[in-house]
Design a protein around this ligand. Structure first.
Ligand code: ZN
Length: 412
């Protein structure tokens, strides 16, 4: 798929300390140690209900990772998928009497527009599940051949499942116990109760064609792929094993990331699939969980249509730490609008406070597990000093404008 268009990324003088990120598997903040090219995979959307604020907050967090590595002189090989065939998409298409292909294309186009408006740097590879069917089939076929996958005992629909015991480190990404895993699998699209599986936890890899559902002919028989193997195939084929970051919302910790990692381990014999599993908090609305079932999703495109400045939205979503579960309210947007006005007023001054200390601090905060709260407060302090004291540094305003653009992605 065509990713969206990139905004220019200005260069800042100097660089900050190595980036440290919270790794779910290790349960602590640890340094990232990318090579010349940093490798990052972030799970993409299933294209319906795009782009709600939970989506936006997630891609903004990983945009900061992308920007920080670029600032540190790395190239970034960033891969993102689009789950453009899966149960939730098909269910939505049926509910709305829509064509699933048209629905997926329309929502993906909207997502691209939203990402561009929010100035998210695009992935190098933006890959739809449908266009990756061949490579997914190859992974499933190999796992079947080596006994890590099996056909379920169901003569009508002999779907292929992954035997989770084929991955020695299964469970190490989430750290959850078996009961928690079974509960979460049931809540998040898995089927622990389905008869004929070797173990309730085993996850679907290839769903045999059903009447009225899309399917593709393959050496596995006609069918369509499961979700976890989609990300495993797309990620490994572009980034190899042990890439630097796999990211997504905290609802992907299990089963999605656990199973993608387990497939990869069974396939390659290598562990881990990603060195850092990085997960973003959930966004609620006025104290409630934001979800499609509650019908209380807030969309980026709706706010844009209401003339909200995308930079204010970006700033509002960065104003709390990315791992915090948060509740959205319009007050957050109002605060961001005034903050943005103040920053813009300060960088428009012919001279300001010195930028050097501010930039060093912004980098230090971001390097510490993307502490945007600290980074934004640093810009606030610089703006206050510039606006309220006699400041003489003629380079200060332009440098801070560049830093806020390059590191935080906010155009002033
Ligand atoms: Zn994924």
């Amino acid at each position: 798929m065509q990713p969206w268009t990139s905004t220019a990324l200005p260069q800042l003088p100097g660089q900050g300390p190595p980036l440290r990120l919270h790794d779910t598997a290790a349960g602590r903040v640890q340094p990232t140690a990318p090579g010349r090219t940093a490798r990052m995979y972030v799970c993409g959307i299933t294209p319906y209900d795009a782009t709600h604020l939970g989506h936006a907050a997630t891609y903004l967090a990983f945009d900061l990772v992308h920007r920080y590595w670029r600032d540190a002189g790395h190239q970034v090989h960033y891969v993102q998928n689009v789950t453009d065939v899966d149960d939730p998409l098909l269910e939505r298409a049926i509910r709305d009497q829509d064509d699933w292909v048209v629905l997926g294309m329309r929502e993906t186009a909207l997502f691209r527009e939203d990402m561009e408006a929010l100035r998210v740097l695009p992935p190098r590879d933006f890959v739809g599940a449908v266009e990756a069917i061949g490579e997914i089939v190859e992974v499933v076929a190999k796992l079947l051949a080596c006994g890590a996958a099996y056909r379920i005992d169901d003569p009508g629909y002999p779907d292929v499942y992954f035997d989770h015991r084929a991955a020695p480190h299964f469970g190490s990404e989430s750290g959850y116990d078996t009961n928690t895993m079974i509960r979460l699998a049931a809540e998040r699209g898995g089927d622990p109760q389905r008869p004929g599986k070797r173990h309730p936890l085993d996850a679907l890899m290839w769903r045999t064609a059903r009447e009225g559902e899309p399917s593709w002919d393959s050496e596995l028989g006609a069918g369509r792929p499961g979700w976890h193997v989609e990300c495993c195939a797309i990620g490994l084929n572009r980034l190899g094993t042990s890439f630097d970051v796999q990211g997504g919302g905290s609802d992907l910790i299990f089963p999605h990331h656990e199973f993608s990692a387990a497939h990869a381990e069974a396939l390659t014999g290598q562990y881990p699939m990603a060195r850092n599993y990085v997960h973003t908090g959930m966004i609620g609305l006025n104290g409630e969980k934001m979800s499609k079932s509650k019908g209380n999703l807030v969309f980026v495109s709706r706010l844009r249509a209401d003339q909200v400045d995308p930079m204010a939205l970006r700033l509002a979503l960065l104003s709390d730490h990315y791992r915090t579960d948060r509740s959205w309210n319009t007050g957050m947007l109002d605060t961001a609008v005034s903050r943005l006005e103040r920053w813009r007023e300060a960088v428009a001054r012919p001279a300001g406070a010195s930028a050097d200390d501010a930039i060093e601090l912004i980098r230090a905060y971001l390097a510490n597990d993307l502490d945007t709260v600290g980074a934004l407060a640093t810009v606030d302090a610089w703006a206050t000093e510039t606006l309220t004291r006699r400041a003489h540094d003629v380079d200060g305003p332009a440098l801070v404008r560049t830093a806020v653009d390059a590191l935080l992605g906010i155009a002033l």
